[in-house]
Design a binder for this molecule. Structure first.
Ligand SMILES: Cc1cc2nc3c(=O)[nH]c(=O)nc-3n(C[C@H](O)[C@H](O)[C@H](O)COP(=O)(O)OP(=O)(O)OC[C@H]3O[C@@H](n4cnc5c(N)ncnc54)[C@H](O)[C@@H]3O)c2cc1C
Length: 444
């Protein structure tokens, strides 16, 4: 694991071996027991730890660096890992709405303008990553700061268990994080504040009733994708002239449906079964006055396809998947669903399970997080647009901030620029200054 910007862990004292015992010790006169010469390993500690290097994590690191905070920064995979998952799809709005002023400033200061993505147009996920957030990692502010390939596995409060009573005046110690890096290298890190920007894309919701995996879902795993594959490009073979099932009613499902309909024009043997849970003739709920026009256009197009009931697509609302069966290699998967009290079965070659995502609770399970009321079920639901800092210090874990798409829990509709605002608010609270002060310091 490479070190971040915090030098504290760089010169750890080498561990000394405990003296070895002789094999058959001769009787010795009684002596004072020898004190082992090992010393406790020095643990890395930082004022701030940032988790995740998606757009919001990168912005958090940039702001922290410009404010001269000492921080450590961990990313489970590579910078922009989740953008890569939809690298072939376009953003719903021009890139100028997905970048920040200080991000652009740094790229220009470092003479990297020629590699900057075109700001006036939407861009693919890949171009967003390569032409913006990866560039920021090469700037003087952020170069060498990210520890990639390091997963934050769990977090708690130092010297305290979750269930230990907490009096209002009890001093609360720093956070203790358990991280795992390349070659399974494990480490504990201490942090006064943590900004968790780990997103939701790694935890897709399963296909079955009540939000549970459907019986057989796991056995069919190699035929299911939980994100929109490159239907018109690299993954065409998986879909062309095949029977495909799409499950879900969000923008991802809408995107898949529009692309499958487009593809089926040339590959006429393609058949698409689209299942949604809500009993509604219009599958995709559009966000009223959606600020992302591209997103709304996709929702409208998919609804249109469902209503027309043509283009090689059958649409069923009010459908719940009961179970699925893997019938063996090279054979289609059998899916059983209940629609209007009747069970229907299909044999399908590929399933796009696009039932949404949810924040992982694993990382935070030893912390007292207000999951029900905020993180997992945000009261504002799909229309939430201005959900800012959440949860902030009003919770029982002052200093732990969940920002970015994870802060919207199961709700979609998160916009990257909301995340950029959340970052500034969190920094103001961490440094105990007003938001205007952060704006002033960043502009200096
Ligand atoms: C097709 C498409 C178009 C879009 N268009 C727009 C648009 O026009 N405008 C807009 O505002 N938004 C748009 N979005 C949404 C936007 O891309 C996401 O909301 C945004 O990427 C979320 O950023 P994030 O930093 O919160 O999380 P993510 O991008 O999900 O990043 C999270 C990072 O954390 C890492 N991570 C996860 N777990 C751990 C762990 N335990 N330890 C360490 N690291 C971890 C992941 O590997 C990942 O790199 C679009 C999305 C899609 C799919």
């Amino acid at each position: 694991m490479s070190n971040g910007n915090n030098p504290k862990g760089q010169n750890r004292p080498p561990q000394q071996q405990a003296p070895q015992q002789a094999q058959k010790p001769a009787p010795q006169p009684a002596a004072e027991p020898e004190v082992p010469k090992t010393q406790p390993r020095e643990e890395r500690r930082a004022s701030l730890v940032i988790l995740g290097a998606g757009p919001v994590g990168v912005e958090a690191a940039l702001v922290a660096s410009r404010l001269k905070l000492d921080f450590l920064w961990f990313e489970k995979a590579q910078v922009g890992e989740h953008l890569n998952r939809w690298g072939h799809l376009a953003t719903h709005a021009p890139m100028k709405t997905l970048v920040s002023e200080i991000g652009l400033e740094e790229i220009r200061k470092n003479n990297m303008d020629e590699f900057l993505v075109n700001l006036d147009e939407p861009a693919t996920g890949k171009a967003f990553r390569d032409g913006y957030i990866s560039l920021l990692l090469e700037t003087l502010q952020l170069s060498g700061k990210l520890e990639a390939g390091v997963e934050a596995v769990a977090a708690g409060r130092d010297n305290r268990l979750r269930e230990d009573p907490r009096g209002p005046r009890d001093p609360i110690g720093p956070f203790r994080l358990f991280v795992r890096g390349p070659n399974n290298k494990e480490e504990h890190i201490l942090a006064d504040a943590v900004i968790d920007c780990t997103g939701v894309l790694a935890t897709p919701r399963p296909l079955g009733k009540a939000g549970l995996p459907a019986p057989g879902e796991n056995a069919c795993r190699d035929r299911i994708s939980y994100f929109v594959e490159d239907i018109l490009g690299a993954d065409l073979k998986k879909f062309a002239d095949r029977t495909v099932m799409v499950v879900g009613a969000g923008i991802s499902a809408a995107t898949a449906i529009t692309q499958l309909a487009e593809m089926a024009k040339e590959h006429e043997a393609t058949w698409v079964v689209w299942l949604t849970r809500r009993p509604s003739t219009l599958p995709v709920r559009r966000i009223p006055q959606d600020p992302l026009k591209g997103r709304d256009a996709i929702a409208a197009a998919a609804n249109h396809i469902a209503c027309r009931a043509e283009g090689h697509i059958e649409f069923h609302s009010g459908a719940w998947i009961d179970r699925m069966e893997n019938q063996g290699n090279d054979k289609p998967v059998k899916v059983f669903a209940t629609i209007g009290g009747k069970e229907i079965a299909w044999e399908v070659d590929r399933i796009l399970s696009l039932c949404g995502y949810q924040p992982s609770r694993l990382l935070n399970r030893e912390l007292r997080m207000p999951w029900e009321t905020t993180l997992d079920l945000p009261p504002t639901g799909i229309d939430s647009r201005e959900q800012e800092l959440n949860p902030g210090p009003a919770t029982e874990e002052p200093g732990w901030y969940v920002l970015g798409s994870k802060s919207y829990g199961r709700a979609s509709g998160f916009e990257v620029r909301t995340g950029y605002r959340q970052v500034r608010q969190a920094m103001a609270e961490i440094l105990r200054v007003r938001l205007q002060e952060i704006t002033k310091r960043l502009a200096a």
